[in-house]
Design a binder for this molecule. Structure first.
Ligand code: NAD
Length: 253
């Protein structure tokens, strides 16, 4: 058994400076074939071309809104026809929101949960049965330090709650599917330099956050991508139900 006859499905890997794109690269460098599912079709396709060219693996970029079960079904059908079977799913597509709780609306709350939680459900629910049948799987959730320490970075209560929901999701799923050779883990990054905050994080606040990081800097996408790739190795099969911090020491517990 080797990862070169399997596909890692990475959601939200279109974003150029994002964690998903970097993860697609590190997984491909480790031999995985790559499926990129992103709501932004052009960036998904461009990322797949880049990954295939740089690493000589098979890669496909597909338009997919992870919040929509039908869209996820169509994307999974597309990759199933063209790539080796899914061996890993990285629940990376995510959105954040800084809206304070005393101002948040039900719509905003649902929007954050739709991508981070329901989106992870839609794709994982679709791919897990095949992994169970084949007796091998790696599922990784992109949670956040916000889930562990109760916000305090950029995201508000909705984001913190959604990221904490992912932790419970991952732990319970790990318990159920361990018997099929599937591991389920979460990574909990601190502030990582990407476009997720899209100009909404003012430099003063950013400096303040970094002042609380023992490593003295924001994290890089490579810091997170390497950890995810490690968890997806065949040799990591005894690591499951775990949450891995990658936060420069900003939250030590
Ligand atoms: P990013 O904004 O750079 O990338 C997110 C990607 O998700 C984009 O390509 C976007 O098009 C895609 N996406 C958004 N909604 C989608 C949908 N409905 N369906 C499909 N794709 C969709 O973000 P990032 O910083 O790389 O974050 C990646 C993950 O890591 C997120 O889950 C985020 O919550 C988590 N995270 C990020 C940080 C950080 O500081 N950057 C910290 C902790 C956790």
């Amino acid at each position: 058994m080797s990862v070169s006859d399997k596909t890692a499905v990475v959601t939200g890997a279109g974003s150029r400076r994002g964690i998903g794109r970097a993860t697609a690269h590190t997984l491909a460098a480790a031999g995985w074939n790559i499926a990129i599912l992103d709501i932004d079709e052009a960036s998904a396709k461009e990322a797949a071309t880049e990954v295939a060219e740089q690493h000589g693996v098979q890669a496909l970029g597909v338009a997919c809104d992870v919040t929509d079960e039908r869209s996820v079904g169509q994307a999974v059908d597309a990759i199933t026809g063209s790539l080796p079977p899914a061996g890993a799913v990285i629940n990376n597509a995510g959105i954040t929101s800084p809206v304070p709780f005393l101002e948040v609306t039900g719509e905003e709350w649902d929007r954050i949960f739709a991508v981070n939680v329901r989106g992870s459900y839609n794709i994982t629910r679709r791919l897990a049965p095949g992994m169970a049948e084949r007796g091998f799987g790696r599922v990784v959730f992109l949670s956040s330090v916000s889930a562990e320490r109760g916000g305090g970075v950029f995201g508000g209560v909705a984001y913190s709650a959604a990221k904490a929901a992912q932790l419970g999701f991952a732990r319970a799923l790990a318990r159920e599917v361990g018997q099929y050779g599937i591991t389920v883990n979460s990574v909990a990054p601190g502030l990582i330099d990407t476009d997720i905050t899209a100009g909404k994080l003012d430099p003063e606040r950013k400096a303040q956050i970094i002042a609380g990081v023992p490593s003295g800097r924001a994290g890089t996408v490579a810091d997170v991508a390497d950890l995810i790739t490690y968890l997806c190795r065949e040799e990591s099969g005894y690591i499951t139900g775990a949450t891995y911090d990658v936060n420069g020491g900003s939250h030590i517990h």
